[in-house]
Design a protein. Structure first.
Length: 400
């Protein structure tokens, strides 16, 4: 579908310009007429060849920074279109700059801000759009944007902590595996050739290590192929409903990592739901949005059960209890919040508490994982080295 550069006039006589996708000029005029814009000029953009592999993704930090700056400008009394123009020029991302320009053009032509943002789902999710819509309806857009900026900054910080907790052990295990592979694939065969030349009798540990080395040398590409196929199969399995449920459930049960994931999931759920409720979004809409941004299928299913529970006139507490993910303290505090009518404040207090718990869990994870991996790595490499030196001691003994 071609993109048209257009110029037109609003009912008040103001000149507007922008870009819009349409099948032809007639459809463009019809769409803009519905927005009370009379098209005076319309030219299709020339099709440009692109050698890039898809669009660049807009980073979360760019969206958070945009939200914070937008809130400050709106709070200072600047017109919305001018705010968007300034933010577009200040953006470091060329892709994000184009999106802000499109939002500005849509707002300038009479579209509400929430509707303009909803046209870019990959950047502005349902949570973002619904909060902005609530701010527009309630006449408190600056307050809602400030609250949204605070939420995004908290969520980004939490995600960085969880990723850091998972990346560190993954890197250490990868390095240990690579060192072991190099020793078995390249160093051990040198010793094996020397032992065969001398005709020494090999002890059992040495035979085990040489057997593993020969297996890697003979079937290396088969192992790589099977490993790659396994990763691809796992990825496709995770895309299925049952696969994602089973993997997410398994991740929550991993001894050390599961604690971090569980606490971060509770913090994210309570922070998201609390922010939406305090912004004026209805409880059912807030739960629907929160379920889409949960990041874990087990928690998403529990939230969806809560929606059904509330629709039937019950509370949200019981479905959350049944998952086994939410600790008793959390469900009890949510129940108290429901009874007192201060559910949003209670949820934000739970989120503050569990974000601190995530910090402690990440610190505990890194302090425990590091010595465990070092000990295991030392045992494996030590076993390989000792098994290589045992025949040499036997040879030296025979020479003496």
């Amino acid at each position: 579908m071609p993109v048209f550069d257009y110029k037109g006039k609003t009912a008040a006589g103001a000149v507007v310009t922008g870009q819009l996708k349409a099948k032809d000029k007639r459809e463009l005029e019809r769409v803009l007429r519905g927005k009370r814009v009379l098209v005076t000029e319309a030219t299709p953009r020339a099709t440009q060849l692109s050698f890039s592999f898809g669009r660049k993704r807009v980073k979360k930090v760019h969206i958070s920074r945009f939200t914070r700056q937008f809130a400050t400008m709106i709070g200072a009394g600047l017109p919305m279109v001018q705010c968007l123009e300034i933010l577009a020029t200040q953006s470091d991302s060329s892709e994000f700059r184009k999106i802000i320009d499109q939002v500005r053009d849509n707002v300038q032509s009479g579209t509400t801000l929430s509707e303009a943002l909803s046209r870019h789902k990959k950047v502005y999710d349902d949570l973002y759009v619904n909060m902005v819509e609530a701010g527009e309806i309630g006449g408190a857009l600056d307050t809602i944007l400030t609250r949204l900026a605070h939420y995004r900054e908290k969520a980004d910080a939490l995600a960085r902590k969880v990723k850091g907790a998972l990346v560190y052990p993954a890197v250490v295990v990868s390095v240990a595996t690579l060192v072991t592979f190099i020793m078995l694939r390249f160093i051990v065969p040198v010793f094996a050739k020397m032992f065969r030349g001398v005709g020494a009798e090999l002890p059992a540990p040495t035979q085990i290590v040489l057997g593993v080395s020969n297996f890697l040398t003979s079937y290396m590409w088969v192992i790589v192929g099977l490993f790659t196929m396994g990763l691809v199969a796992l990825r496709y399995y995770y895309k299925t409903e049952a696969g994602r449920m089973n993997i997410d459930k398994f991740m929550l049960k991993i001894p050390l990592i599961g604690i971090v994931l569980r606490k971060s999931a509770v913090a994210k759920f309570t922070r998201t739901l609390g922010t939406l409720l305090s912004s004026g979004v209805s409880i059912l809409d807030a739960l629907e949005i929160t379920s889409k941004t949960a990041g874990n299928k087990v928690i998403q299913k529990a939230i969806q059960k809560s929606v059904v529970s509330i629709a039937e006139g019950d509370t949200i507490t019981q479905p959350l209890k049944e998952t086994g993910v939410f600790p008793p303290m959390v469900t009890q505090m949510i129940a108290v919040g429901e009874k007192t009518g201060g559910l949003d404040d209670m949820l934000n207090k739970i989120a503050d508490f569990y974000e601190e718990e995530v910090d402690a869990a990440v610190a505990a994870l890194t302090s425990l994982i590091e010595p465990i991996i070092i000990v295991l790595m030392g045992i494996v490499i030590g076993f390989i080295l000792v098994s290589m030196y045992l025949p040499m001691f036997d040879i030296i003994g025979k020479i003496n």
